[in-house]
Design a protein around this ligand. Structure first.
Ligand code: PGA
Ligand code: ZN
Length: 412
């Protein structure tokens, strides 16, 4: 039983306002959550409520969403006993009453849902990294995907592709994967310096040098992997891309490094990159508006690499279900705030499992120090997580939590 729900307007990692949510139970226990926020958002994401008052934070304030937690949601939470997280999440969805959570705000609802998940897990005496998993499932440590080089809307450089990640697929443990991530990140910094590039950072903590051609970046990252003493490839450290192509596509024309390509030319381009570099996964390779292109991309490369839908799927169980029936992509990115409740996020993970689609749990480019997604990734046993670079507090909070969970499980 909850006795109070409160929220505050606090800053996220990009210095934009977000919510910190606190729940108090009748037993006097407190549970909190920090709400993430994206920059390259899909058009069908649940709606984040912003005040639009230009006199505060350039219109980005979240006092309205804070009020929605403190008043209507708090009233709901304290009005009766909720039997389960699902019971509570469904009640919030009903109270909101819209399809996209635009009335109460997905940022208000998701914060309460995440904090409540912690409360229900504690009431159950179950750690969160087990509580968030399917009843018949075994938790599994995910492979961290470290975003070591940033472009797109996450950096001020001319690089159109948003994320270049290193994935230590061959690491024997999460702790060793983190070590590989950190050592390669350090080596990449030295290589950039040696080759006369800036080593400033983008929003997710990866370097943001002035390199426009994705192939040049891939060569640099592959050099950093090998230079740090690792094998570049699936048995060692592979590369994952998130071009986030909805951001540089217009009318199904993609502009990369000053050159325009059709969907089919983009598919040829990816095939060439996959031939040349140890790429194992490509997220949002084509735009959310290019469904036909996605079908051809899946036919052409679906057997060779993981094709992840982010903007395309927005963690929506119904959208993912349709895509599976349609043979579009073969994996879904999982972001709790894209759909707005933990319950619906778990539903999307279940749809992926049943449809034999892979899933990757993900942070947002705007983050807090909340490590919720580390527990979610372990519980879901999906095997993959991305949380930015192996640097900066809000990114390492998740990776350090993974290492902690691994140690806790070893002692069980
Ligand atoms: P976002 O970026 O949080 O800005 O949407 C992450 C991603 O595109 O995967
Ligand atoms: Zn993405």
């Amino acid at each position: 039983r909850f006795v109070s729900a409160t929220a505050n307007e606090v800053l996220d990692s990009r210095s934009r306002p977000t919510l910190a949510v606190h729940l108090l139970t009748a037993e006097g226990r407190g549970f909190s959550a920090g709400v993430p926020s994206g920059a390259s958002t899909g058009s069908r994401e649940a709606v984040e409520l912003r005040d639009g008052d230009d006199a505060r934070y350039g219109g980005q304030g979240v006092l309205g969403a804070v009020r929605n937690v403190n008043e209507p949601i708090a009233e709901l939470l304290t009005s009766r006993v909720f039997e389960s997280l699902e019971d509570l999440d469904r009640a919030m969805i009903e109270l909101d009453g819209t399809d996209d959570k635009s009335s109460l705000g997905a940022n208000a609802i998701v914060g309460v849902s995440m904090a409540a998940a912690r409360a229900f897990a504690a009431a159950d005496g179950t750690p969160l990294w087990r509580f968030l998993g399917p009843a018949d499932g075994e938790p599994r440590m995910p492979v961290p995907h470290f975003n070591v080089l940033n472009g797109g809307v996450h950096a001020a450089n001319d690089l159109d592709f948003q994320e270049f990640m290193i994935a230590p697929l061959g690491a024997p443990s999460a702790a060793e994967a983190v070590r590989a991530g950190s050592e390669i990140y350090g080596h990449l910094k030295s290589l950039l310096r040696e080759r006369g590039h800036e080593v400033g950072l983008g929003d997710e903590g990866g370097f943001a040098p002035e390199i426009a051609d994705p192939a040049d970046v891939l060569q640099l990252v592959a050099d950093a992997i090998e230079g740090a003493g690792y094998t570049a490839g699936r048995d060692g450290v592979a590369i994952a891309l998130d071009p986030a192509s909805s951001e540089f596509e217009k009318d199904c024309v993609y502009r990369v490094a000053g050159r325009d390509r059709s969907s089919d030319e983009m598919i040829d381009y990816y095939a060439e990159l996959v031939d040349r570099f140890p790429i194992w996964s490509i997220e949002d390779g084509l735009s959310e508006r290019d469904r036909d292109g996605w079908r051809r991309l899946t036919e052409r490369l679906g057997e060779r690499v993981q094709l992840v839908g982010d903007d395309l799927f927005v963690t929506n169980p119904a959208i993912v279900r349709d895509a599976i029936a349609d043979g579009i992509a073969n994996a879904a990115l999982i972001k709790v705030n894209q759909i707005g409740t933990v319950t619906e996020t778990l539903e999307t993970l279940a749809v992926c499992r049943e449809g034999d689609y892979a899933a990757m749990v993900s942070h947002r480019s705007g983050e807090s120090d909340d490590s919720f997604i580390a527990d979610l990734a372990v519980a879901s046993a999906c095997g993959q997580i991305k949380s930015g670079a192996p640097a900066r507090g809000e990114r390492i909070a998740k990776y350090n939590r993974l290492v902690e969970i691994e140690a806790l499980r070893a002692r069980e």
